[in-house]
Design a protein around this ligand. Structure first.
Ligand code: 13P
Ligand code: SF4
Length: 305
């Protein structure tokens, strides 16, 4: 694609966005060109807060399905577009509502905590939701000491090391974050002794053990702004490097692993954003009975953070 075609694509998106009274929300892992046309780029918590507050009529969600679905849960009067309906999160699909209902029967005394990376049906079956940025705080706040955490075993494991709770976990995982290995971090730390190594809590416990800080993607963005931080080893999906470099010229950002790419996040392109606004499709909708129960689960989290 030539530069002039690219510019005209961007102009057409921005024009149509105004005509449709739409807002474009993008996750930190999106392609750089998609991040650059967004009204807001953030982590899962920040994106759901933004969705809940926006006065627009349409949300174009540049992320994966559970993120757009969370916006649809929070904003029933709005049209929520996901420019590629195949952009799912494999971890979110590692547990079904029926599996969760069965597990709850086995553990009747537990409080069910779902990671925001879950389907609306799973949220509807859960007591409270968390994101990577607030999981420890929300779980510490719960009265019950017995927790069932779904679907990410590694985030559950990390919370166990931080909060005094008994956590039963579902064996889900992120196929992208498990590609990061502890030796990726230790080798880069040796090569870059001044760098701080930050990793996402979806990483394996062995990776978390060798990191300096465990942060959500939003937490990594804030960490990079700290005066004393000049070099960072980034243990998460590679898309975040664009924003880190853009917002922090002169600082050095080293990806922990070139393998850490989420193919689903990369399905959203500028062409699909334009097409989505033109066609007002694909729309993400949640049946009302599920939406109301899932919203209660998400609202409980939003009231704490
Ligand atoms: P964040 O909420 O930290 O942005 O994480 C979302 C996600 O899907 C990580 O893989
Ligand atoms: Fe899901 Fe992992 Fe992709 Fe995040 S990086 S959206 S958890 S598959």
């Amino acid at each position: 694609m030539t530069m002039s075609q690219d510019t005209s694509l961007t102009e057409r998106i921005l024009k149509l966005k105004r005509e449709r009274n739409a807002v474009i929300l993008a996750h930190n892992y999106q392609l750089w060109e998609v991040q650059d046309i967004a009204d807001f780029v953030g982590d899962s918590l920040e994106l759901s807060q933004r969705a809940a507050q926006t006065a627009a009529r349409v949300i174009v969600f540049c992320g994966v399905h559970f993120m757009a679905e969370t916006a649809a849960i929070l904003c029933p009067a709005m049209t929520v577009l996901l420019p590629d309906e195949h952009a799912g999160c494999p971890m979110a699909n590692m547990i079904t509502a029926e599996q969760l209902r069965q597990k709850k029967k086995e553990l009747p005394e537990t409080t069910v905590v779902c990671y925001i990376n879950s389907t609306a049906e799973v949220k509807a079956e859960s007591d409270i939701c968390v994101t990577s940025s607030n999981a420890v705080k929300v779980i510490e706040n719960l009265d019950n000491n017995e927790i069932l955490f779904v679907p990410d075993q590694y985030l559950a494991d990390y919370v166990t090391t931080q909060a005094d709770k008994k956590i039963n976990f579902w064996p889900g995982y992120c196929p992208t974050h498990i590609r990061i290995q502890p030796w990726d971090i230790t080798t880069l730390k040796k090569e870059n002794p001044r760098a701080i190594a930050v990793v996402h809590p979806e990483c394996r416990p062995e990776v978390i053990a060798v990191a300096d800080e465990v942060l959500s993607t939003g937490g990594m963005i804030r960490c990079a702004q700290r005066e004393e931080v000049r070099e960072m080893i980034i243990g998460t999906e590679l898309g975040i490097i664009h924003r880190l470099k853009k917002e922090n010229p002169g600082k050095k950002f080293i990806p922990a692993s070139e393998q850490a790419v989420c193919p689903n996040m990369k399905l959203i392109t500028l062409e699909k954003v334009l097409w989505s606004l033109e066609e007002m499709a694909p729309q993400v909708k949640v049946p009302e009975e599920i939406r109301v129960r899932a919203k209660a689960t998400v609202d409980k989290m939003l009231a704490i953070v």
